[in-house]
Design a protein around this ligand. Structure first.
Ligand code: SAH
Ligand code: SF4
Ligand code: F3S
Length: 470
């Protein structure tokens, strides 16, 4: 019964927004109005931005990368660390007064930061010129919010406390035509004590496997060869569905899709990475031998305080099992330095994990206090200078290991999916191996979106340098 209701409500909602899109299009198409969207934070936000772009383009806005010439500026915000928020306030300050020059000018803010009361208060007090503010649960309502703003000429704020339905079937604009991100679940139930995400993205909810498979089949029929499955903790996918299914099962179904070449996913929480998943990864040809496996800290004491539900030893054992089952696998990770109570000994545990695992790359973060999370009120916050010094030591080790991992590839021939022209050099294409490594190679632009054999001739700290194999 409940399943039926969800389908009906979300379909009706999508229809309603699509109707509003058509009405708005009559007013906006042909006026030459341009939008510019800036996306902060993780892949979740990047994917949400593609949906926002799809709706705006259907309404009749065209995209520009140049904020100066845009009539509609959208910031899709992140609040995972304080500096992500400070960036937004800085950018907003610079936009004040733009409407005087352009009567069509509008600003919209959305994303994770908007889900915090403290942010809304600041915006109301200091930045009362924002036209539309919405959150993470009602992105699909943008057409309606835009309509309300245009009709009432009042600023619109619409923030929900939790999600209602997963609304499918709205316009969508994808950044690449050969690779795509696909949400398999939203939200997070883990409440790691430092992390704001569960508060701004809500409880975990999985999309139905048939909706995911249908979406991927449609993407493949349009030319997509590589997909990235997105979730804050993909390993707990499907547990709360009316008909529960494991992530490994879902992967098997996706692996069977004809024409698809590569399957990636992120993020894997170590506590939920099952033996079944390792087996499926080892046996399914399309699943890339690469795992993003954040460990955050090597100290079992801190992992407990972080509410991560694994120990240094169990993490290392998990890594051992993955490497044994998938010999070519490359691992990447996230690490936090300076979590409350971190001693030199705790930090050395973190260094030890990095030494032992040999990551292809690691995202290293200085702990950032997030109001409302349990860690924010923990005693023993680590002084900034101590954290900085540890961070630098960690970064040096991580970089040394990245370079060493990449160096192993020199002399090998690998298959690369070229993604784009390098930002540094017009004659060079950037792409990735199935193991997730970045490769820069002089190659013609027509190779973008193609799988090509590349001979690796050199490496830098963060990428490989190749030549087209003959
Ligand atoms: N769901 C993913 C991570 C999402 S947030 C997971 O559990 O692995 C991405 C990364 O940001 C986290 O892995 C963590 O390393 C970092 N992060 C989250 N909150 C943080 C904070 N308050 N300070 C510093 N880094 C943080
Ligand atoms: Fe944050 Fe933890 Fe959820 Fe990842 S698993 S989003 S770090 S609470
Ligand atoms: Fe940031 Fe939200 Fe992602 S807080 S990291 S954009 S889920």
């Amino acid at each position: 019964m409940s399943e039926r209701k969800v389908i009906n409500v979300s379909t009706k909602e999508a229809q309603r927004q699509n109707e509003i899109i058509n009405i708005l299009a009559q007013h906006i198409s042909g006026k030459g109005l341009q939008y510019c969207i800036s996306t902060f934070g993780c892949q979740m936000n990047a994917r949400d931005s593609e949906k926002i772009e799809g709706m705006l383009e259907q309404i009749g806005y065209t995209k520009t990368e140049n904020e100066e010439e845009a009539d509609f500026i959208i910031y899709n915000t992140c609040c995972v660390r304080e500096n992500a928020e400070l960036k937004i306030y800085g950018r907003l300050g610079a936009l004040k007064g733009r409407r005087k020059k352009n009567p069509n000018f509008m600003i919209a803010l959305c994303g994770c930061m908007m889900q915090q009361d403290i942010v809304l208060d600041t915006l109301k007090k200091k930045f009362n010129f924002i036209d539309i503010i919405f959150g993470t649960y009602n992105i699909y309502k943008l057409p309606e919010l835009l309509q309300t703003r245009l009709e009432t000429k009042q600023n619109v704020i619409d923030i929900w406390d939790s999600y209602q339905d997963i609304v499918e079937d709205l316009p969508d604009s994808r950044k690449y035509d050969f690779k795509a991100c696909v949400n398999i679940m939203y939200g997070c139930n883990n409440f790691c004590t430092y992390c704001i995400v569960p508060y701004v993205r809500g409880r975990e909810r999985s999309r139905k496997p048939e909706d995911i498979v249908t979406e991927i089949k449609a993407l493949v029929s349009e030319g997509v060869k590589e997909i990235m499955l997105l979730g804050q903790n993909v390993n707990s996918y499907g547990k709360t569905l009316d008909e529960p299914i494991s992530f490994a099962e879902l992967l098997k179904q996706i692996n069977a899709i004809e024409g698809l070449k590569r399957i990636r996913f992120m993020t894997s929480h170590p506590k939920d990475l099952s033996d079944e998943l390792i087996e499926v990864m080892a046996s399914c040809d399309k699943i890339c031998p690469s795992v993003h496996l954040p460990f955050q800290s090597g100290s079992t004491k801190l992992l407990k305080k972080m509410n991560r539900h694994y120990t240094k030893e169990s993490y290392l054992e998990l890594v051992r099992k993955i490497k044994a089952a998938i010999p070519r696998v490359e691992l990447t990770t996230d690490i936090i330095v300076g979590f409350p109570g971190e001693t030199e000994e705790d930090f050395l545990d973190t260094m030890e994990v990095v030494e032992k695992v040999h990551y292809a790359s690691a995202f290293t973060f200085i702990y950032s206090k997030r109001t409302g999370t349990p860690a924010a009120t923990m005693e023993d916050q680590v002084p900034e200078d101590v954290t900085k010094e540890r961070f630098n030591r960690l970064l040096a080790l991580v970089n040394k290991q990245s370079a060493a991992t990449l160096h192993k590839y020199v002399g090998q021939t690998v298959e690369v999916l070229f993604e784009e022209v390098s930002k540094q050099d017009d004659n060079v294409l950037s792409g990735r191996t199935d193991t997730g490594l970045l490769v820069n190679t002089p190659a013609p632009k027509e190779y973008v979106g193609k799988f090509v054999k590349v001979h690796i001739v050199d490496n830098k700290t963060h990428y490989l340098i190749g030549e087209l194999a003959r």
